[in-house]
Design a protein around this ligand. Structure first.
Ligand code: EPZ
Length: 416
């Protein structure tokens, strides 16, 4: 299994480009199931999760063609509405095929995702919403078996804010009979990106980005050409990497309107930030100040940036408290950061981080996607060499991370 070796202590300087967003690309790829016509996508990142989704779609009979950052999809030949466990177990976002398959094809067999390192992550709200739209759903040998002649519009109130739940129900509703209203909807920018594509395909959607989304179903959708938004979590991750090393970087194509609270926290930590149309420029002080945070659904602080900020606070001046409200087991990176010399106490959903003067390189293990990003950030600061194992987690969500960090002056190499 590949490992990363990082020699810390080098300040990041220079310019890199931000890739397309993983969490927008995954639902957007599934939208191809809603039409018989060609969907041409641009700015599609090269990530393990994207490759897995393309395999799942191909297995369903979708024609997939990829050239660099462009992906063309044609689901006219869709003939096998089945997402197998072998893929779903590696990527729970496969559940996003369920809504569009039911809406367009009237039946679907999709493996239940099962648990994940960061939490139980059930999909009961996805199922509840589809049943409210008239789908007949039962579970059989670990699979969701769903059928519906034509889905009917419904008023759906989700018990908690769910990102992929909102996306699945939105994609189901665009071809349903009548109006669907999703209340307590997630407001993440990736949901707006998906809605913008669906509207371009002929869907009638109002309120994406707010907590009430109204969808008037139509009979058919047509093809479209669409460019996927830049990745705000990748952006936040590189801003943190620059901040912890006292660096000075420009992130080309980063969108500054969807990262407010993350940028605010970096300003509180002492960074200087310039927002430009072409991207985001960050200059960091020699030592950061500790910043406390509480994760919650957008526009509050994203849980997908919690681990990276724990790494920042590990060497900041002062004490920070971190409260994780979305996932019940998302502090796995803390014990690994402690192997580098961090001083962290965990008490259920709360972490207290006492900033230390220095971290020392060691061998550490990645446990999930964002945890691995926090270990890379800490390793860039740690004295000496750090080895990070199980970086397949990283490859799921970061395109060419070692190349991008090397371009900013990091001493990093992948050991196959
Ligand atoms: C999306 O996951 C993202 N994944 C996650 O990013 C992100 O952490 C999460 O939203 C929260 O922002 C993608 O977009 C592919 P949720 P999702 O449904 O949709 C509970 C990354 O690092 N819940 O919003 O699966 C759930 O257990 C990944 O890129 C139910 O109980 O998250 C959690 O506690 C990790 N029942 C909470 O709601 C349901 O039916 C929010 O989960 C659905 C969710």
């Amino acid at each position: 299994m590949d490992k990363l070796k990082i020699e810390g202590g080098h300040s990041l300087k220079g310019e890199i480009e931000i890739s397309g967003a993983k969490n927008a690309a995954l639902p957007i790829l599934c939208a191809c199931l809603l039409t018989q016509e060609l969907l041409e996508l641009e700015n599609v990142p090269h990530l393990q999760d994207v490759e897995t989704m393309l395999k799942i779609l191909e297995h369903m009979g979708v024609g997939c063609f990829r050239e660099k950052q462009k992906v063309s999809l044609n689901a006219a030949g869709l003939n096998n509405p089945y997402a197998a466990y072998q893929w779903v177990k590696t990527m729970r976002a496969s559940i996003l095929t369920l809504g569009p398959l039911l809406a367009r094809y009237g039946e679907a067999k999709v493996s239940l995702p099962g648990g994940c390192a960061i939490g139980a992550r059930p999909v009961d709200q996805h199922i509840k919403g589809l049943e409210a739209m008239g789908a007949e759903i039962h579970l059989e040998e670990g699979y969701i078996i769903a059928r519906a002649k034509r889905l009917k519009g419904a008023r759906i109130f989700t018990d908690m804010v769910t990102v992929t739940g909102t996306e699945n129900l939105m994609m189901a509703a665009v071809l349903a009979e009548g109006e669907t209203v999703i209340e307590n909807a997630a407001r993440e920018p990736e949901i707006v990106d998906l809605a913008n594509l669906l509207i371009q395909m002929g869907a009638q959607i109002n309120g994406a980005g707010t907590d009430i989304i109204r969808i008037e179903g139509v009979k058919t959708l047509h093809g479209a050409r669409y460019a996927i938004m830049p990745d705000r979590i990748e952006t936040g991750t590189y801003l943190c990497a620059a901040a912890i090393t006292g660096g000075d970087v420009f992130l080309r194509r980063a969108r500054n309107t969807i990262l407010d609270i993350v940028l605010d926290k970096l300003l509180d930590a002492g960074c200087t930030i310039h927002l430009e149309n072409a991207g985001i420029h960050l200059k960091a002080p020699p030592r950061l100040k500790a910043v406390s945070l509480r994760t919650a659904p957008y526009p509050a602080f994203p849980t997908d940036m919690q681990a990276q900020f724990m790494a920042l606070n590990a060497v900041a001046e002062g004490v920070a408290t971190i409260r994780e409200t979305i996932f019940e087991n998302r502090f796995m990176h803390a014990v690994e950061l402690m192997r580098l010399g961090a001083d962290i106490q965990i008490d259920g959903a709360n972490a207290t981080v006492h900033g230390v003067a220095r971290l020392l390189g060691a061998s550490v293990m990645a446990t999930d996607l964002r945890a691995s990003a926090s270990l890379v950030i800490a390793a860039l600061k740690a004295e000496g060499e750090t080895t990070i194992e199980r970086i397949y987690h990283l490859d799921r969500g970061y395109e060419q991370m070692e190349q991008k960090l090397s371009a900013l002056g990091a001493q990093i190499k992948r050991v196959r």
